[in-house]
Design a protein around this ligand. Structure first.
Ligand SMILES: Nc1ncnc2c1ncn2[C@@H]1O[C@H](COP(=O)(O)OP(=O)(O)OP(=O)(O)O)[C@@H](O)[C@H]1O
Ligand SMILES: [Mg+2]
Length: 426
């Protein structure tokens, strides 16, 4: 049986020549629908009539979201570019289209690409879209950031509702990793109330993360573009600021968040993502699986991350929320064991030795074998917040800062220098 093919080719002459050349049984493909635009193509794909879409690179409104919907409908993609148009070639490949060829190729070559694309959907990963990194040209890296060639690790900082300290931990770990000499990118991925820019005193900042996801969606995000959007705090630390108005969440689509984080692996050795608290997936609420989802950024970051930090607050309510949250987390990312942090550790709210009690409760109720604790230390945090600085800048010897240095050192595999005696005592 011939392979059913959809076409969406902008140049009319070119299109009819292509259809005429492909049609006929000798190539093993049949053009079942000639679509006039992206909407037409998506409708045809959703109806299940085609297995492969042959589309031209300059098709209006062609972006990552469109390709994702094609792949979700089970349609593979072959991209056609004008002869010698390297820019279009690069853009399609960055969008994850693995089968790209010049429009003047012989019909049998185009048919071969169509069959290949149908057999192995182009660069599709477990999420159903391409790995743009595979086709990334070598563009070099910004001078102050070491070349990591896609090997940087991604750390997602998550925690349940109730402000357990996700932002404090994400900012602290990123700043301390940078101080240990590791190039670090801090990403504000909280779609409920991004606060990283404010914590760092970056007022009037337009959201770099949203701009990066927009570029990725258009297939135009490369490492230099990402570096430009990520504001440099110091030579080792960059920040992609978040959306401060919660109603802008639809801008952070899951597939583009994955695209940005994949690209971040080439920009920085470590990328730390401050996530939102909610893990709810909107499937129960909506049948439109292509619609943007409120928690897509958090879920995409958790799925992409190499290391997940789960932060809870060291009080009875915080621990109970953490226990429930860990169960939700393991359902979302089975097989990925989070590192559990208990923040705001203090005596009084928990009877007995708070560290021991908290660890015992988490072992008993959530099967967590070991817990990292961070002390309650409000004064230095208030001092840092009032100045828009980090603990590493204004509270070098504070207990919380020392605990965050140790945690960051452990995560990035660099031993922190021993604190001077005077600081250790304090
Ligand atoms: N170890 C700590 N000791 C004392 N106060 C802390 C500690 N960690 C965080 N806080 C304070 O708790 C508040 C909430 O912290 P943070 O903003 O980091 O939490 P969050 O989980 O990111 O909250 P949100 O839900 O707003 O995103 C802040 O005022 C912060 O200064
Ligand atoms: Mg926060």
């Amino acid at each position: 049986m011939n392979l059913p093919v959809l076409t969406a080719v902008t140049d009319a002459t070119w299109e009819s020549e292509l259809v005429a050349a492909l049609d006929g049984s000798e190539h093993g493909v049949t053009v079942v629908r000639r679509c006039v635009d992206v909407a037409d193509l998506l409708a045809a794909a959703a109806s299940g009539t085609g297995r492969v879409a042959v589309l031209s690179a300059d098709l209006r409104r062609l972006d990552r979201a469109v390709l994702s919907r094609l792949y979700t409908s089970g349609v593979a993609v072959v991209g056609l570019i004008a002869p010698g148009d390297e820019e279009a070639d690069r853009r399609l490949r960055q969008l994850g289209v693995g089968h790209v060829l010049s429009g003047d190729a012989e019909p049998q070559v185009i048919a071969e690409f169509i069959r290949e694309a149908a057999a192995a959907p182009p660069g599709r990963n477990e999420h159903g879209h391409g790995d743009p990194g595979a086709a990334l040209p070598d563009l070099g890296t910004p001078p102050e950031f070491g070349t990591t060639a896609g090997s940087g690790q991604v750390i997602a900082v998550w925690g349940p509702a109730g402000s357990p300290g996700r932002t404090t931990v994400a900012v602290g770990v990123a700043d301390e990793a940078a101080r240990l000499g590791v190039s670090t990118l801090l990403v504000d991925g909280d779609t409920y109330g991004g606060a990283v820019a404010q914590v760092l005193g970056l007022l009037d900042e337009s959201p770099g993360f949203a701009a990066a996801t927009r570029l990725d969606n258009q297939g135009a995000l490369d490492v230099p573009a990402l570096a430009q959007l990520a504001r440099a705090i110091n030579p080792k630390l960059r920040v992609l600021t978040g959306i401060t108005r919660a109603d802008r969440w639809p801008e952070l689509r899951g597939d583009s968040v994955r695209g940005v984080l994949d690209r971040a692996r080439s920009l920085a050795a470590v990328t730390v993502v401050d996530c939102g608290f909610s893990l709810e997936q909107d499937e129960e609420l909506s049948y439109d699986t292509a619609a943007p989802r409120r928690n897509a950024a958090t879920i995409a970051a958790l799925e992409t991350a190499d290391v997940v930090l789960a932060v809870g607050s060291a009080d009875p309510i915080g621990i109970q929320r953490l226990v429930r949250g860990l169960a939700e987390l393991s359902a979302l990312i089975p097989g990925k064991t989070p590192r559990v942090l208990v923040n705001r550790l203090r005596s009084g709210v928990v009877p007995g030795d708070p560290g021991r009690e908290v660890a015992a409760a988490l072992r008993r109720f959530a099967g967590v074998p070991s817990v990292t604790t961070l002390p309650y230390d409000l004064d230095p945090l208030d001092r840092a917040l009032s100045r828009g600085c980090t603990l590493g800048e204004v509270a070098v010897g504070s207990r919380l800062r020392l605990a965050l240095t140790e945690l960051a050192g452990d995560l990035v595999g660099v031993a922190p220098p021993a604190p001077p005696r005077r600081l250790r005592r304090s």
